[in-house]
Structures are given as structure tokens and as C-alpha cells.
Design a protein around this ligand. Structure first.
Ligand code: ASP
Length: 318
């Protein structure tokens, strides 16, 4: 019988129990659980994998704890520029948006690009115009304000450094040790054996020059193909782009016959590690197997499947 499955993440990095209050840990776990439960319920009702990943990521975007949607980090100019992508494994259709501001749910826009445009990848003002035409909800700047992200930005705004999400000190920049990432994502397998992946992010604090990470780059941060896997990544985007990380998992399955778990293991714990690509990914295959791997200290994550799998976790070795 066809399994249905959903795997989610809310970012990876140096997430240590000693740095967490019990209240914050609970809030993260509840945020993950809420998204997981809602997305899985949709799959149970017969919803498609693409609808399930869209809904799941929208819920995570609406949670200020995560670096996506309303919780997005600040750019060098004090704005919020978000990236998102979705891909459907049944027909390889995809939609992506980069550098978008004032859109309440960037993943909703990416899904609209996939379904209602002749294109895959839109950016900036043109993407905003398309969103308005599609009747997609906008939000004022203050909707994206959070004190925590603002304080992060204030630490480095007068410098040229840019920081991965949750970095606590100004020196915690790209070459730093204490890295965390708050991007959100989901991968789902529905009861027809169709799979899909979706990812959304605010990117890096103090980013400039229109920097775009791996999240909206099909094949890097997001990829889905029914014959292999659906993958959503989180981590140091530049390295995930250079590794073509999500597609590499698919290639190892397609051309080398590796299982989802083995292929992900190779990419996350070997290929990415070799080039300094810290982070992780979640994925499903078309038989409903799930895999969640990371090479950092932790990853906000969860999975639920009709085979009885059901968990939300934060730290390594849980
Ligand atoms: N991958 C994202 C980026 O580089 C960051 C993250 O995962 O938190 O934009």
C-alpha cells in the first residue's frame, strides 16, 4: 500500500540545548508540530503533495521564530528580501521567486508562478507585479519586524559582514563557528505516489547586492522528481548552490541506484562537508520513505508517515 509522508525543517546550525531556554525549545517544537500536523492532515484527506508542502511552508512562514515570511532577517538596507521555491515531482513543474519584499507568504507566490505563469523563476519588482495580478496577499514592512532579528542586524549593520541566521556575535560571519540557519522547508509524498518539495527563507542578515541563496535555485536548495526524491535544504546557501545539493541526491539515486538515505548521506556528510557546506536537508521518495540529515549541531525538523513515523526534534543525537 502507498505510504503518505511529510518531512519538514525549520533551519539547521549550532543549535545546542545549553543555549536554549525550556520555553523557547517548547515554542520551536510546537511550531514544527503545528505545521507537521496540518500538512499531514491534508495528505490524509487525499490532498496532493504540492498542496501539502505549500500549506506546511505557509504555516512555518507565519511563525516569527523561523527565518522566513514574517520572521525574515534584515538586509543591509533594513529591508526584508525573501526567496522561495516549490517543485512538483510528477511533472517536474517548478516555481521560484527571489528577492521579494512585502509578500506575506513567498511560498504562495512560488506556487502561483508554478501553476499560473509560463515561467519558473521570477524576481524583484516583476515578481511583485505578478503577485498583485494573482491576488496574492501583501503585508506592510512592520509585519516583517521582529525585535530579535532587528537586534541581530544592529550588531553588524555598520560593517560589511553578513551573518547566517541566529548568529549571536558580529564575528559569527561566514567563516564562523557558531552558525545557525532558520530557513523552512517541506517534502511530501501523497497517496498517489506523487512527491513535492518547497523551501522559503529570508536569507542572511545584513545581506546586500541582491544576494540570493540556494533556497529558490531549483536543484540547489529545492528539487523533486517522482522517479527519485523530493528534497528541501537549509544551510550555507553559497555552498549548497556550488554542490547543486538537492539535485545531487536525485542523481545518486537515478544513476547509481542509491537509496534516499544513502544518497543524502553522501551529499550531506561527505560532499558538502568537503567544501565546508554546513547545513542539512529533508526528503522523501515516491514510496513514502523519509530522510532527514544534517552535518551541523542541530536542525529543527520533524516527520510523519503512515508507517507510524511521527516526531519533531531539534538537536543532534536525539
Ligand atoms: N540556505 C539559506 C540561504 O543561504 C539560509 C538558511 O538555510 O538558513 O539563504
Amino acid at each position: 500500500m502507498q505510504k503518505i509522508s511529510l518531512a519538514i525543517h525549520g533551519g539547521a546550525g549550532t543549535i545546542l540545548k545549553k543555549d536554549m531556554t525550556p520555553e523557547l525549545e517548547q515554542a520551536y517544537l510546537q511550531g514544527l508540530q503545528h505545521a507537521l500536523t496540518a500538512g499531514y492532515a491534508l495528505l490524509e484527506q487525499g490532498g496532493s503533495a504540492t498542496d501539502a508542502v505549500t500549506l506546511t511552508v505557509e504555516i512555518l512562514e507565519n511563525n516569527i521564530l523561523f527565518n522566513a515570511g514574517c520572521g525574515s532577517v534584515f538586509t543591509k538596507d533594513g529591508t526584508h528580501e525573501m526567496d522561495a521555491a516549490i517543485m512538483s515531482g510528477s511533472d517536474l513543474s517548478a516555481g521560484a521567486v527571489a528577492g521579494i519584499s512585502n509578500i506575506r507568504n513567498p511560498i504562495t507566490l512560488a506556487t502561483a508562478i508554478m501553476r499560473h505563469s509560463d515561467h519558473v523563476f521570477l524576481s524583484g519588482k516583476g515578481a511583485y507585479d505578478f503577485a498583485i495580478k494573482q491576488g496574492i496577499a501583501t503585508a506592510p514592512d512592520d509585519y516583517f519586524f521582529s525585535q530579535f532579528r532587528y537586534d541581530q542586524w544592529m550588531q553588524i549593520r555598520n560593517s560589511d559582514v553578513y551573518a547566517l541566521d541566529h548568529s549571536e556575535e558580529p564575528e559569527l560571519i561566514v567563516e564562523v563557528k557558531n552558525k545557525k540557519f532558520g530557513t523552512v522547508g517541506a517534502a511530501a509524498c501523497d497517496r498517489d505516489g506523487n512527491i513535492a518539495a518547497a523551501t522559503s527563507t529570508g536569507g542572511m542578515t545584513n545581506k546586500k547586492y541582491g544576494r540570493i541563496g540556494d533556497t529558490p535555485v531549483i536543484g540547489a536548495g529545492t528539487y523533486a522528481n517522482n522517479s527519485t526524491c523530493a528534497i528541501s535544504c537549509t544551510g550555507h546557501g553559497e555552498l549548497f548552490i556550488r554542490a547543486v545539493a538537492a539535485y545531487d541526491v536525485s542523481c545518486l539515486m537515478e544513476y547509481k541506484g542509491l537509496s534516499l538515505q544513502a544518497a543524502m548521506q553522501e551529499v550531506v556528510n561527505n560532499k558538502l562537508v568537503k567544501i565546508g557546506g554546513e547545513g542539512g536537508m529533508v526528503g522523501v521518495d515516491a514510496t513514502g520513505n523519509v530522510a532527514l540529515l544534517f552535518n551541523s549541531e542541530g536542525m529543527y525538523r520533524g516527520a510523519k508517515s503512515s508507517d507510524g513515523t511521527n516526531f519533531v526534534r531539534v538537536y543532534k543525537d536525539e
